[in-house]
Design a protein around this ligand. Structure first.
Ligand code: ADP
Ligand code: ASP
Ligand code: MG
Length: 814
């Protein structure tokens, strides 16, 4: 014999019930018990309606009407017209009883657990009756049996305990004599020895099926639901979760106990001893093999089999000096909770015995705290023990697997993954069976924690990076192009799954939680919502994705002021915007420190030399113990272009104009020509070499006349260049006469930095610098005479975008 159970979604509507029928019809002609849940959502509706009635809220009537309609409509769709009236009259009379019960509760303004069970049992009683009539009408050899006549429990309404002796006898007797091939039974409901309706706890239809399977020693127990088996994590929260094809009873129990709702935890017990296999199957994909649960499976060589979580948890801690070495404290503590019928989900006690901490359901915690404070009233009044501390809105996440005990380093890996993603751990517990390691975390961090742990333990190779890009001008759009082109390569070769979740320019911003399709980003952005920097940040924060990276492609001071917010929320920052790193030293230092504290890299390679690996190289030199003695560099692509193009056959004005038109200068060319841009860059290099320096400490002898520098518009600036043409020609001639070229050089030595125009003689490393190239010479303890040289294109959207890209990959490898 087989026992099949169909859950709420599987019987949510006539269309799904037809799917159930096909599954049952396709079985061999062996005997089956088919246990069904209430139609999807009906149990919640019944509980909600009765709560309204008990509050004497008349709107319970509307809610009841919804329940009634659901059932009446199902009958009209499923049962042929000629059979409808009998079924309708039975169901209507049941609904009348339900109405009377609710009215009773409304009148006295109360809902006892006993009445609640009576009311909620209608969900399963009605669904199973309607389905059985449907099956009969379809010509199946089916009958209905009320589970309350088979499953006997105590009077613990809401979650009654089964009397297996009586139940097994009744089940055996019924199924051995029942002639029909198919018996349809309501899940979840049972009756007490004294004949009252009881229920088996939320999700309890699974248990009903298991009780029957155990009693009749079924060949298999099939749990038909809305997912294709038991997954490595809840597939609704972790997209990458995979079905576990074979798992042991113990692992399945542990996973379900820790929140894998797909199986109600007590379900395993009745079938475990008899070795009856459980199959978890998908009603909507019946061919899928799903999950098979049996005795030892040897874990198929895997250590961690699944990750689950239980929400709505509170921590209750008792601590105080008076607890150390005093026997009986724990006994009194646990006894108090037990007397209040409060179940404990997790326990931790430090070996110092200074505190005991338990995890319990949020709904129980106030009563628990009151009871414990009362028990320890004397100790609290004499200050030996502190009043209990309660922390609400937490969640337990747990790694589960039989083979975990024989492997070192799993908890290390678990906690470092959580730590790296800034998930704060409030308590830790490891079952003595070592089949589970649990951590208590904040409820808001659950999705992030599950996904990061899943990545660590099940997708070991692929790491997901979630990018939020602000600024999609020249550099930003090139960057998005590069990501699109390299996406596949990154995934296949570097095991990085890079997704752009949000983008913004100054007008609009757009988000797509599954990743913005990069070939259409312009359309997506154009139809986005109005841009707002704070809202952009708020959105990223509330998404709370692991490995989030904020990419700043703007040149905005306001954006650069928002970095601390990002870093403090463990969102890494990658920026080509130089403002932050060249502003006050204290701000630069703060950003570096936040990056360290929150494990969120702050990278700005493109601040100096665009895509050239200048800062990264410098970091490696310092990290390996080298010391920078001197830096000499040509760092301005724009000034290089200007002085490489300028000669006695063109005017300085025309060359600068050309540089501006070709995008080699900042929109305001004085930023480049005054040397401010170069000052910022050498400042950043000096700071990265370990020196405390501010922009005012840098000597700058401008080559432009004061008047040109002090102009207040681009037109006036260009006009003034014309006026001083002869001075510029003189500068050129002096250099040419001495076989030198003009280069704008930045230098840092002995803690001092300076920038300025220099005549560079033939043979010098700087002499042959072409176009907009940059060059940096690092003289260090290890490179004292022959400097380490980095040279190449130091400006342009493409190379800058690739520098940002390189920073993203660095974060991927972090
Ligand atoms: P039913 O109504 O069929 O009993 P449930 O809603 O009780 O279905 O259980 C199925 C749900 O369990 C899935 O839709 C899924 O959201 C949830 N779930 C949680 N953890 C897991 C897991 N590890 N594997 C599969 N499903 C899970
Ligand atoms: N209908 C009950 C519930 O929703 C039992 C079940 O579906 O398993 O909890
Ligand atoms: Mg269920």
């Amino acid at each position: 014999m087989k026992v099949l159970k169909f859950g709420g979604t599987s019987v949510a509507n006539p269309e799904n019930i037809n799917k159930v029928k096909s599954i049952v019809q396709n079985l061999d002609k062996e005997k089956v018990a088919v246990v069904v849940s209430a139609f999807g959502g009906v149990t919640d509706l019944l509980l909600g309606t009765s709560a309204l009635a008990a509050k004497q809220d008349t709107s319970y009537k509307e809610s009841l009407k919804t329940i009634e309609d659901k059932h009446i409509n199902a009958i009209r769709e499923l049962i042929p017209v000629q059979n409808q009236s009998a079924v309708l009259s039975k169901v209507k009379s049941d609904l009348n009883v339900l109405e009377t019960l609710l009215e009773g509760s409304f009148l006295i303004g109360e809902l006892t657990p006993k009445l609640s069970d009576k009311i909620v049992s209608f969900g399963e009683l009605l669904s199973s009756y309607i389905i059985s009539e449907f099956f009969k009408a379809e010509g199946l050899d089916a009958t209905f049996k009320d589970s309350r006549e088979l499953i006997i429990t105590d009077n613990n309404f809401g979650k009654a305990n089964v009397d297996f002796k009586k139940t097994n006898t009744l089940c055996e007797a019924y199924f051995s004599s029942n002639p029909n091939q198919i018996t349809i039974l309501p899940g979840f409901v049972a009756s007490s020895g004294t004949g009252n309706s009881t229920t088996l706890g939320r999700g309890g239809s699974d248990y009903t099926a298991a009780i029957i399977a155990g009693a009749v020693e079924a060949d298999v127990l099939e749990i038909w639901t809305d997912v294709s088996g038991m997954y490595t994590a809840n597939p609704r929260l972790v997209k990458q979760a995979k079905c576990v094809s074979h798992i042991s009873y113990e692992e399945a129990m542990e996973l379900s106990h820790f929140g894998a709702k797909v199986l109600y935890p007590p379900t395993i017990q009745p079938v475990l001893g008899k070795g009856i296999p459980i199959a978890i199957k998908n009603t909507f994909d019946p061919e899928n093999p799903g999950t098979l649960i049996t005795k030892n499976t040897n874990g198929n060589g895997k250590t961690v089999r699944g990750i689950s979580h239980v929400g709505n948890i509170s921590l209750l801690s008792l601590e105080g000096p008076g607890m150390i070495g005093i026997p009986g404290i724990s006994k009194r503590f646990f006894e108090t909770l037990s007397l209040k019928n409060i179940s404990i989900v997790l326990i931790t006690q430090a070996s110092s015995e200074h505190s005991i901490c338990v995890g319990i359901a949020d709904e129980d915690v106030d009563a628990a705290a009151e009871a414990v404070n009362e028990t320890f009233e004397y100790e609290i009044s004499t200050r030996k023990i502190k009043p209990v501390i309660v922390e609400k809105d937490l969640t337990i996440i747990a790694l589960v697997g039989d083979n975990m005990k024989s492997h070192q380093g799993l908890s290390g890996k678990m906690f470092s993954t959580l730590g790296k993603n800034n998930v704060n751990i409030r308590a830790i517990a490891q079952g003595a069976s070592e089949r589970n390691i649990s951590a208590v975390i904040k409820k808001d961090d659950v999705k992030k924690a599950l996904n990061s742990l899943h990545e660590t333990f099940f997708e070991e190779n692929v790491k997901q990076l979630n990018l939020f890009v602000m600024g999609v001008g020249n550099v930003g759009s090139k960057f998005l192009d590069q990501i699109r082109q390299q996406k596949k390569y990154l995934k296949d070769e570097l095991k990085l799954n890079v997704r752009v979740i949000g983008i913004s320019n100054s007008r609009t911003m757009a988000f797509d939680e599954n990743g913005i399709p990069l070939k259409d980003w312009e359309t997506v952005l154009a139809s986005g919502e109005q841009a707002d920097k704070q809202a952009f940040f708020n959105r990223i924060k509330s998404l709370n994705y692991r490995n989030s990276v904020f990419v700043d492609n703007t040149a905005s001071a306001e954006v650069s002021e928002s970095y601390p917010n990002y870093l403090k929320n463990s969102i890494s920052v990658v920026t080509c915007n130089k403002i932050a790193c060249s502003s006050d030293y204290s701000y630069y230092k703060e950003l570096k420190q936040l990056a360290k504290q929150y494990n969120s890299p702050f990278l700005f390679e493109t601040n100096v030399g665009a895509g050239l690996p200048i800062i990264d190289t410098l970091k490696h030199l310092i990290a390996s113990g080298d010391k920078v003695k001197k830096i000499q560099a040509v760092l301005s692509g724009s000034l290089n272009f200007v002085f490489n193009t300028f000669n006695d056959s063109v005017t300085f004005h025309d060359v600068v104009k050309q540089a501006q038109e070709q995008g080699y200068t900042e929109p305001d060319p004085t930023i480049d020509l005054s040397g401010v841009d170069v000052m910022r860059k050498i400042l950043i290099l000096a700071r990265e070499s370990g020196h405390q320096l501010d922009i005012d400490d840098i000597a700058n002898e401008p080559f432009l006349p004061k008047e040109s520098l002090e102009t207040n518009s681009n037109e006036a600036f260009f006009e003034s260049l014309k006026k001083y043409e002869s001075d510029f020609q003189k500068m050129y001639k002096e250099a040419a006469d001495s076989d030198s070229k003009l280069k704008y050089v930045a230098q840092f030595e002995d803690g001092n930095a300076k920038v300025g125009l220099q005549k560079i003689p033939k043979g010098h490393d700087f002499y042959n610098l072409e176009g907009s190239d940059n060059i940096v010479l690092f003289y260090t303890e290890r490179y004292p005479n022959q400097p380490m040289i980095i040279k190449g294109a130091g400006a342009g959207a493409d190379v800058t975008a690739s520098g940002i890209f390189a920073d993203i990959i660095r974060i991927g490898n972090f």
